[in-house]
Design a protein around this ligand. Structure first.
Ligand SMILES: [Zn+2]
Ligand SMILES: [Zn+2]
Length: 120
């Protein structure tokens, strides 16, 4: 995938299989997903169109605590490769460029179990 944007993993206890396992995190401009390496539980997020201005919209705690990660990526806006803040919760996924502040918002779309697909 040439337009891969973020590809990382975060080890935590899976909400589905309850094991501590790598949660594989991928984001491209049109989709983001988090998949458990152990059981294959996958959550898919799609870009959110609405302008999100109220604080609180993205701070709801769902099945997970919110993960705050830092990942190096090339910004789609300023094209600088540098740190991006990832904020991932049950219902939302955001990627924010520290250089220019450009933020991708995704919202939870669906969940499925796809262990086989993880081996691709
Ligand atoms: Zn799992
Ligand atoms: Zn940027």
């Amino acid at each position: 995938m040439s337009d891969r944007f973020i590809f990382t993993k975060f080890s935590t206890d899976c909400y589905h299989c309850k094991q501590v396992a790598d949660q594989i995190i991928k984001a491209v401009p049109y989709q983001a997903q988090v998949a458990c390496d152990n059981c294959g539980a996958t959550r898919v997020f799609v870009p959110r169109i609405e302008d999100v201005t109220q604080p609180g919209t993205f701070t709801k705690i769902g099945c997970y605590d919110v993960w705050n990660l830092l990942e190096t990526a090339e910004c789609r806006n300023c094209h600088v490769t540098g740190p991006h803040d990832l904020t991932i919760g049950c219902r939302h996924f955001t990627v924010r460029c520290r250089n220019c502040g450009f933020t991708h918002f995704y919202k939870f779309d669906l969940e499925y179990m796809a262990k086989d697909e993880l081996k691709v």
